[in-house]
Design a protein around this ligand. Sequence first.
Ligand code: CO
Length: 264
Amino acid sequence: MAKSSSYTSKEPDANGFIHYTDEENQVWNELINGQLSLLKGSVCQEYIDALDIMDFPHDRIPQLHEVSQALMDHTGWSVAPVPALIDFTSFFKLLANRQFPAATFIRRKEDMGYLQEPDIFHEIFGHTPLLTDYRFAAFTEAYGKAGLAADKKDHAMLARLFWFTVEFGLINSADGLRSYGAGIVSSPGELVYALESDTPDRRPFDVLDALRTPYRIDIYQPVYFTLDSFDTLFELAQMDLIPLVNQARKMGMHAPTYPLKATA
Ligand code: CO
């Protein structure tokens, strides 16, 4: 989570409608067209199927109630508008109530390739489609509940689990390695880098390892964790995550394999 932002979320009007400028809608249009052209062979089939369900407009930023309706029909989730940055407790509380927090501003043209802060393209295009998958939705809800139950000192550790799955997860498929993390699927540059670069370390997903591995928010990821199936997340959703957090804390953090700047 960035400590400060040059962006501010846009406030919905009395009817819950958010007014975007032509230029902002144009940024959405460029981003969605660009990402859609890169998805084939890059992202998992579950995400592509979910995009069909969401059926996002291309010429304008969708309104949150439209996105919520599609989610509600499938898994009972909705999207809640939030300021650019929110604290851990508010974040966990929303997830536990099946509400995905969405910052409502969109990136400026000069930030097209990568933005540390989550903008509405990241939130909607990146995050919401997989929330129509019952396994992914169950994991995200269970994660929020675990966050509320966890001691404050373990929030940063739980943030790593979210980071290495929901934000930057990879998954094996019959056709090869694919991305599913929102941070990857909403980033033109990282979508290619995550699968094709020789630089990052790609490790099989292990919940304890993910809890213990430091990450950086300011560069393409040096480490990715790869799931074999979303069933793994569904199984985690049935478990009590707190004992795992306790175990990970006792085991201690993994030593970083890259320079630690702006880590979380
Ligand atoms: Co995100």
